[in-house]
Every structure is written in C-alpha cells, then in structure tokens.
Design a protein around this ligand. Structure first.
Ligand code: IMP
Ligand code: MG
Length: 187
C-alpha cells in the first residue's frame, strides 16, 4: 500500500501497481526502441507524435524526451466513456488534430488499451487521412478485457483487469497527477 501524496485526496487508499521508478525505466527503453525505428526515416519525412487526450499527456511528455529524432507533436481528444468506468463502445472525436498528417509518419500515444474500441476507431480514422505509416504506443494493456484485436507496436506494461489511475489515467478526472500507477482498493 502506498499513501497518495497529501495534495491528492489523502483519504483514498491506493495499491501501487507500477512504481514511478519502474515507469521511468520502461519509458526510457521505449524511447530507445522508437528512436531506432524512426531515426533513419526522419531525414526525408516528418514524424508526428499524436497524444490521445487527456490520459496520454504525462506519458507522452516523458516519452518524447527519450526519442532522439525530430518529431512534431499534435493532440486529439476522444470520448468513449463519459464518467463511466465501463466502455460503451461508442467513440467520438471531440477535438481533432491541428494539422494534416498526409504523407507523415504517425506515432499514436495512448495511455491504455482496454476493450480496444477507442484505439481501433482512432487508427481506422487516422488511416483514411493517408499518412505514410501509423504505429501505436500504449503505456498499458489489459488483455483480459479485449473486445477488438489491436496491434500495439510499442507497449509499456501488460496489467491485470483492475481499474488503474495515476500517471495520466483518471477516474472521473481525478488522480491524473499521481506519479505512480495504482488502483483504487476494491476495483
Ligand atoms: P477502450 O476503448 O476500452 O480500450 O478504452 C480506452 C480508454 O478508456 C483509455 O484511453 C482510457 O481513457 C480509458 N480507460 C480504460 N481502462 C482504464 C483504467 O483502468 N483506468 C483509467 N482509464 C481507463
Ligand atoms: Mg484515453
């Protein structure tokens, strides 16, 4: 058990699933793998890292500082759950990219692939915009919950079927700023 920081709802107990140190080590590794994949390409083509708001923001901010190749950043906002913790399967773009991705190499950064509906929809949508390539980075994957087959090119951690928060992930918009990944007791 880890007490949440005093500035973040100290009354709620969390079990720590992935420590801040373990996250940092894995993010460094993912950055190195992504660098190896893209560094040779970037002389001729732009690479755009697309963060899926809001859950990927903290992961993306850390990850891009470990990618030693020129990248552009853009963001897309998708709603699939509202405040519910169970996927409705209904996915909607609520805020689109700021620029075209046509002819560019796209790296989509997602916090978690749960049922797979969100990423499945997003990758299909982005593919219609004719990018040079699309790859998916996900910090977390809950394979027990899969309803759609999704290929994750760069994965941080496989986790059990728990509702997790922290390091960008929320429950009802809370706890995104916890420095570790934990789950609310009883979930
Ligand atoms: P999917 O469409 O079921 O794969 O859900 C993907 C989205 O649901 C993620 O991008 C998250 O925003 C959210 N989500 C799924 N599982 C969790 C969780 O355990 N904690 C916080 N958010 C989650
Ligand atoms: Mg998300």
């Amino acid at each position: 058990m880890v007490a949440p920081p005093a500035w973040n709802r100290p009354s709620d107990p969390f079990a720590e699933l992935i420590s801040a140190d373990a996250i940092a080590a894995r993010v460094t590794e993912l950055g190195a793998r992504i660098t190896a994949e893209y560094a040779p390409l970037t002389a001729s083509t732009e690479v755009v890292v697309i963060g899926v708001l809001k859950g990927s923001v903290i992961f993306l901010a850390d990850l891009v500082r470990h990618i030693a190749a020129p990248v552009l950043l853009d963001f897309i906002s998708i709603s699939s759950y509202g405040n519910a913790t169970v996927s409705s399967g209904v996915v909607q773009i609520t805020q689109d990219l700021s620029r075209s991705i046509e002819g560019k190499h796209v790296i989509v950064v997602e916090d978690i692939v749960d049922t797979g509906h969100t990423v499945h929809y997003l990758l299909e949508n982005l593919a219609t915009r004719r990018p040079a390539s699309i790859k998916l980075v996900a910090l977390l994957h809950k394979p027990e919950r899969a309803e759609r087959e999704v290929h994750i090119d760069f994965l941080g951690f496989t986790i059990p079927n728990k509702f997790v928060v922290g390091y960008g992930l929320d429950v009802a918009q809370q706890y995104r700023n916890l420095p570790f990944i934990g789950f609310v007791q009883g979930s």
